[in-house]
Every structure is written in C-alpha cells, then in structure tokens.
Design a protein around this ligand. Structure first.
Ligand code: BJW
Length: 258
C-alpha cells in the first residue's frame, strides 16, 4: 500500500458527510467465501461459475445448480465476518449517512453489524419459486458442521413450492435478469449525492452494479478503491489502495478517526 495515499484517503473518509460503500466478493474472501471469478475449487473446478449462475443452467440442470447453491449456502453459514466487514460497520457508526451496497449474496455485512445493506444481486437465503408470482420458500437450514454439508460437486433436487408446486430457485439475480428496482434506484441516488465512495473487492465488470462508482465519480465524489489487483475501476478511482480488505480497512478506519 502506498504510504501517502492511505493518509489522504483517511482524511477524505473522516471528513465526508455522505459515504457510499460498494462491496463485491473480495470483501468476503478472507472469511473463506470464494470470489466469483476465482477458479472454483475441488469438484466444482469442473464448472464455470458464470455458466452456473444463469436461468438457462438452472432450467437445463436444476439439480446441479441447486446443489451448487446449497453448498455455497452451507459454506456461508459456517463463515464469520472478517475485520473488513467490521470496519465497514464502524464507518456507519461514525458517519450515519452511510449507504452500504453489496453485490454479495451472503449475509456477512448484516452479521458484522451493518444495518441495512442494499443487496443488488439478491440473497442465498431468500429462495422462491420460478413462477412470476415468486412465492417465497422456506425450508430447513442444512445441519451444522462441515461433515454434514452438501458435498462439493453434489447434485441436489430443488424443493417444490408449497403454494404452486413449481420448482424453487435461489433468490439471486442471474445474468440477463433485472436487479431489484428499488435497490438499484436507492443505490444510484446514494451514489449521486455522496462525498466519498469506497469500492471494495469487486472486479467492476458486472453491470449495472459497476455503474455505481462511475455515477459517484461523475457526480463529483471521490472514489477510493480497495483491491489487491487492478480493475477497470482504477481509471475512475482517485485513490487506489492495493491490498486486501483486512489489510487496508481497519488501518484506514483507525486513521480516519484517530
Ligand atoms: C479482493 C480480495 C480481498 C480478491 N480483499 N479484494 C453493460 C455492458 C456490458 C454488459 C452488460 C451491461 N449491462 C448489463 C450487462 C449484462 C450483464 C453483465 O454485466 N455482463 C458482463 C459480465 C459483461 N448484466 C446482467 O445481466 C445484469 N442484469 C441486467 O443487466 O438486466 C437487464 C434487464 C433489465 C430489465 C429486464 C431484464 C433484464 C444482472 C447481473 C447479475 C450478476 N449476478 C451474479 C451472480 C449472483 C448470484 C451468485 O452469486 O451466484 O453476481 S454474477 C457475479 O458477478 C455475482 C457477483 O455479485 C458479480 C460481481 O462479481 P464481484 O463481486 O465483482 O466478484 P469477482 O469475483 O468478479 O471479483 C472479486 C474481486 O475481489 C477481484 O477484483 C479480486 O481482485 C478482489 N479480491 N480477494 C479485497 N481479500
């Protein structure tokens, strides 16, 4: 991490009245939740996440796709928020006009104390049936413990909707599907009016989420990026902090409110 820019980033963050924080899979990586564009591990390495996360894949092979999501749901239940998630909750407590927007389908922001994260891509924990009515589905959590988890690469039949008997699908947004309208509108409005936007752990290649930092930059906000790797957002970020979420965020927050 550059030694001058973190100081400037901390000054800007500490002085900001309105903050937007956009997170991607990288914020949860150090909690043991794999990022989306890393290679899948073990048996899942035979598949491409971008191909599994589609309605077409679910309709063609519902057991395969549901099995993948059940495996991920169990893995997230076992994960704990990391110091990056906790630092974000601290920013909210210091700057009440903070909006946390996440592309993640896990619940680690909530478990770290974030009050109302906007989930642009839905949640692993809100399955619903495939019909237009989208009846919510409830079914038991998988049993606790790694040994009891759905096994990697395993196929599991999705349940049927209690109301209409249609297949139940994960409550996430797949490619080609519309994002929840209210969530997207609120996120875009917050980006238009913030002083500082922190973008953390996202590759910045999936739209319309990748538009959010661009909206903030073109509305006059300072964009600060936290990512160990370069991304297309480097060009619009005023400050690029090259490090992982747990390396950068606790230090940044401590320096902002020293
Ligand atoms: C660390 C780290 C550490 C690692 N610390 N950092 C404009 C242009 C081009 C295409 C489009 C466009 N507008 C729309 C599109 C099409 C498409 C799209 O964007 N395609 C592109 C890929 C080309 N978008 C859509 O289809 C969207 N829908 C849509 O536009 O609908 C229009 C419509 C309107 C009205 C009616 C109908 C339709 C939907 C997008 C949905 C995305 N869904 C997914 C799956 C969710 C469910 C699931 O999880 O299974 O969301 S795809 C996947 O990508 C997932 C993620 O949320 C999303 C973003 O990924 P993310 O979070 O950035 O993760 P990674 O893995 O890519 O990156 C991790 C980063 O972390 C890396 O940079 C690492 O370096 C970093 N990192 N360790 C900090 N410790």
């Amino acid at each position: 991490m550059d030694s001058v820019l973190p100081h400037r980033a901390a000054q800007l963050l500490g002085a900001a009245r309105r903050v937007v924080i956009l997170t991607g899979a990288g914020i949860s990586a150090e909690s043991g939740v794999p990022t989306f564009r890393d290679d899948l591990t073990g048996l899942w390495a035979r598949f491409d996440a971008q191909q599994l996360a589609t309605a077409e894949a679910f309709h063609a092979e519902p057991d395969l796709v549901w099995g993948w999501y059940e495996w991920r749901r169990a893995r997230v239940r076992r994960a704990e928020p990391n110091s990056g998630h906790l630092a974000i909750a601290t920013i909210e407590s210091r700057t009440p006009d903070t909006t946390v927007i996440t592309q993640n389908v896990d619940d680690l922001h909530e478990r770290a104390g974030t009050r109302a994260a906007i989930h642009l891509h839905g949640s692993l924990f809100t399955p619903h049936c495939v019909t237009a009515a989208a009846h919510p589905a409830t079914f038991p959590d998988p049993p606790d413990g790694e040994a009891a988890e759905p096994h990697e690469g395993g196929r599991i039949s999705p349940p049927r909707c209690a109301s209409c008997q249609a297949l139940v699908r994960p409550g996430v947004v797949w490619f080609g599907e519309a994002l929840p309208e209210a969530a997207l509108t609120t996120a875009a409005e917050a980006a238009t009016t913030c002083d500082v936007l922190l973008t953390i752990g996202t590759s910045g290649v999936v739209y319309p989420a990748a538009e959010i930092p661009r909206i903030a930059a073109s509305s006059g906000a300072t964009v600060i990026q936290v990512n160990p790797q370069p991304t297309p957002l480097d060009q619009i970020a005023a400050i690029n902090l090259r490090g992982t979420a747990t390396q950068v965020l606790p230090t940044l927050v401590a320096a902002a409110w020293r």
